[in-house]
Design a protein. Structure first.
Length: 363
């Protein structure tokens, strides 16, 4: 099979980018993206993946997404046996590239469940412009999705959104974590937060929690969304002195942080799936997470961590009560739980779906 994988971009490290690189590597496929950082595959541990940039797009939000959609709509890759789409805007390539399969991380949330919260955070002028953009692009997006042959969701949570907002069914294949790369070194003296710097991750809630826990430390890892100034974003949070922002880190440093942290702290709003908890558990580390979304599919409350309401007091209590003995005692359960989401499981299921797609047996 000669296969192509399409992903929105490869300009920063995130869960979707890890999925795209894993797919391209496992399927021996060519990867096509907008905004390619040529060093990123190496920094993410996939130096041999063949990647091609199809367009350079603006950093400015909405202009960026519109440009990505247009780039994939113009794309023509006629010489492949099948196409795997990953991300939000690659669906605009679906109608011209068949047979295809869309690995859906989530329907575009600003069109649906996060529309109101996104608009509330904008000034009047920006809100009016954003509302106009949504009115134009939501129907175009749904029309593009109609060209998708089959949808595979990254979680039950996302499959439910696909059914609710797009009126389509979806198979479920959880994202991959190469558990062999992760190690336990110690129950350390800092909590770890791994996420993009964006409003839906509730970084402000993390600051509020640790502001009242001066005896604890939090290390936040992750870069900003394209077009977002990281320094301004962090300053707007007014972080307390016991919180350190590391920005985007390479694979080796991330693995070391997981190995040495006390546990993972995760607060994203209705997270699609969330690779962070699985990566932490693969390192033998427990997770304190809000009781929402994809976290419910990975964290086993009381065995591999704690699921609590998305409120400062509940998060404060979970961190305060998690002793070193409790955290160390969860190590074996965490490592065993992570193996259910191992990359080998993901690759086996996706390869079977792709072979079915190319064989013409897809509904």
């Amino acid at each position: 099979m000669r296969l192509a994988v399409l992903h929105d971009h490869l300009s920063f490290i995130g869960g979707g980018e890890r999925v795209a690189l894993t797919l391209a590597s496992a399927l021996d496929a060519d990867l096509f993206v907008t905004d390619l950082d040529p060093e990123l595959p190496r920094r993410m541990g996939s130096p041999d993946v063949r990647v091609e940039q199809i367009a350079k797009v603006p950093d400015v939000p909405t202009l960026r997404q519109s440009a990505q959609a247009k780039a994939f709509r113009r794309l023509s890759l006629p010489s492949y046996d099948g196409y795997v789409l990953s991300g939000n805007w690659t669906v605009f390539a679906a109608a011209r590239h068949r047979p295809n399969l869309w690995y859906c991380h989530t329907p575009v949330r600003v069109f649906y469940d996060l529309r109101d919260s996104f608009l509330e955070g904008l000034t009047l002028g920006k809100r009016l412009a954003a509302e106009g953009w949504i009115r134009r692009w939501e129907p175009r997006y749904e029309s593009a999705v109609a060209g998708v042959d089959r949808i595979v969701a990254n979680s039950r949570n996302v499959a439910d959104r696909v059914r609710k907002y797009l009126d389509r069914s979806a198979a479920i294949v959880h994202p991959p974590v190469d558990t062999r790369r992760f190690r336990f070194r110690e129950v350390g003296d800092f909590w770890l937060s791994v996420n993009r710097l964006s409003h839906e991750k509730r970084i402000g809630l993390q600051m509020d929690t640790f502001r009242d826990l001066p005896e604890e430390r939090l290390v936040v890892v992750g870069g900003p969304q394209a077009g977002v100034d990281a320094g301004r974003f962090v300053r707007g949070l007014d972080p307390p002195g016991n919180v350190e922002f590391r920005g985007e880190v390479d694979e080796a440093e991330l693995l070391d942080l997981y190995a040495r942290c006390r546990g993972l702290f995760a607060t994203a709003h209705d997270e699609d799936f969330g690779l962070g908890p699985v990566e932490a558990m693969a390192s033998g580390k427990a997770v304190v997470a809000v009781d929402e979304g994809g976290y419910r599919e990975t964290v086993v409350h009381g065995e591999t961590g704690w699921l609590v309401p998305p409120e400062k007091d509940a998060l404060f209590a979970a961190v305060r009560s998690a002793s070193a003995g409790d955290l160390g005692g969860m190590r074996a359960a965490c490592e065993a739980r992570a193996k259910a989401f191992d990359a080998a499981v993901f690759v086996e299921r996706m390869r079977a779906l792709v072979e079915t797609m190319v064989g013409g047996a897809m509904p």
